[in-house]
Ligand binder design. Structure first.
Ligand code: BGC
Length: 376
């Protein structure tokens, strides 16, 4: 009977590793060498740039060969790159997907070759061929953003009503729904009792989403919201899921005539602790919060998973029941995000050597070219 590697390895990475170590005569006895393909989405968002390099370094420090490629936010390009890695014989794939539903076929081909697949930061959907998920508590990210808004608007003391608008991330990134849901659930009580109003009425993920997480796309939507709903109304806060989006929103509000840092400027949240956004938070220039996800730790979790499997054991996970990818609950290791504002950026980011003061001082718009005319 023909027994494919796919059936041997299907869905049970850790078990497969041990069974390879202890297989009997006639079965494949390939020793894993740790050869890994790292597939990152884009370089226009700072974090992926840092993480790609960190993953590559950690894996090569372990003595493993690694290939690192960026998909330029183009799902088809990412699929081609991953197929190329499989063709070159990688044993592991660490993938931060661009479109979480576009990888089924290429991952099936990877699994046929016995490749272990780690979904990195973003959950890959609609395929059985994901072995592990390494990420942050994505729901909590949205909770932290919304809690910042509630605290800045002082909703426990002030009855408002406060006007808030909502942005969500790219609709083809499964993280977007977790961030958005965390934010919505946290604001819900105050929208029901009338303390918070959303004048646009746009509270669904579809209508609030931001294609490719692009600041320029967010800027356009924010401008439209101001024109349609805020000619005569004050906007008190904008729930923004990512620093690039936050800055796009800030640019729109500036063009509308509001002065960042003034009392009239809305509370603006974010995510990723990008250097330019930290500069704005530090200097009181519009953005008031971001969520720091220590990507050094996440890279460490993913490269550690590779090392553990190469060593013949099963990687540690701390969540088995949250991340349903349509086929199964993917075993996950989740890290905790941290809310950052002007009170703790120094301690959390500079003292921990995630960013230097110089990087914050010298930061320029990483998505500059997406704007017309380009920012900076
Ligand atoms: C990540 C965020 C990031 C966003 C845009 C999400 O999948 O979890 O950290 O801000 O993508 O790159």
């Amino acid at each position: 009977m023909y027994l494919s590697r796919r059936r041997l390895l299907y869905g049970t990475a850790g078990v497969a590793a041990t069974s390879l170590a202890g297989c009997s005569a006639g079965e494949e006895t390939t020793e894993l060498t740790g050869f890994t393909g790292i597939s990152m989405p884009t370089k226009t968002s700072e974090r992926w740039d840092i993480e790609g390099a960190a993953l590559e370094k950690q894996l090569t420090d372990f003595g493993y060969q690694a290939i690192l490629e960026y998909g330029d936010d183009d799902p088809e390009k990412q699929v081609e790159q991953i197929q190329g890695m499989v063709d070159q014989g990688v044993e592991f794939l660490i993938i931060a997907a661009i479109d979480n539903r576009s990888l089924g076929e290429v991952l099936a081909s990877a699994k046929d070759n016995g490749v272990y697949i780690i979904s990195y930061d973003r959950l890959i959907l609609d395929t059985p061929d994901v072995d592990y998920y390494a990420s942050f508590d994505n729901y909590q990210v949205g909770v932290l953003q919304a809690e910042h808004i509630l605290q800045r608007l002082n909703v426990e003391e002030e009855s408002g009503p406060f006007n808030v608008e909502l942005f969500s991330g790219a609709s083809d990134d499964s993280n977007s729904q977790y961030f958005f849901q965390g934010g919505l659930d946290t604001l819900e009580r105050y929208t029901y009792d009338g303390t918070i109003r959303i004048l646009s009425g746009q509270t669904e993920q579809g209508e609030t989403s931001t294609e490719r997480w692009s600041g320029a796309v967010a800027m356009e939507r924010m401008t439209g919201l101001m024109e349609d709903y805020y000619e005569d109304e004050r906007l008190d806060a904008v729930l923004c899921p990512y620093d690039g989006i936050s800055r796009g929103v800030i640019y729109a509000l500036e063009d509308w005539g509001l002065t960042p840092g003034s009392d009239d400027f809305p509370v603006i949240t974010g995510q990723d602790a990008e250097a330019l956004s930290i500069q704005l938070i530090r200097d009181g220039e519009g953005q008031t919060q971001t969520v720091f996800k220590d990507t050094r730790d996440l890279a460490g979790v993913a490269s550690g998973m590779v090392k553990t499997i190469v060593g013949g054991s099963e990687p540690e996970v701390n969540d088995l029941g949250t991340y349903d990818n349509g086929f199964k609950f993917v075993p996950a290791f989740l890290l905790e995000p941290v809310s950052i504002d002007e009170s703790n950026w120094q301690e959390e980011l500079v003292d921990s050597e995630y960013l230097t003061e110089e990087e914050i001082d010298d930061a320029v718009e990483p998505q500059a070219e997406e704007y017309d005319p380009p920012r900076n």
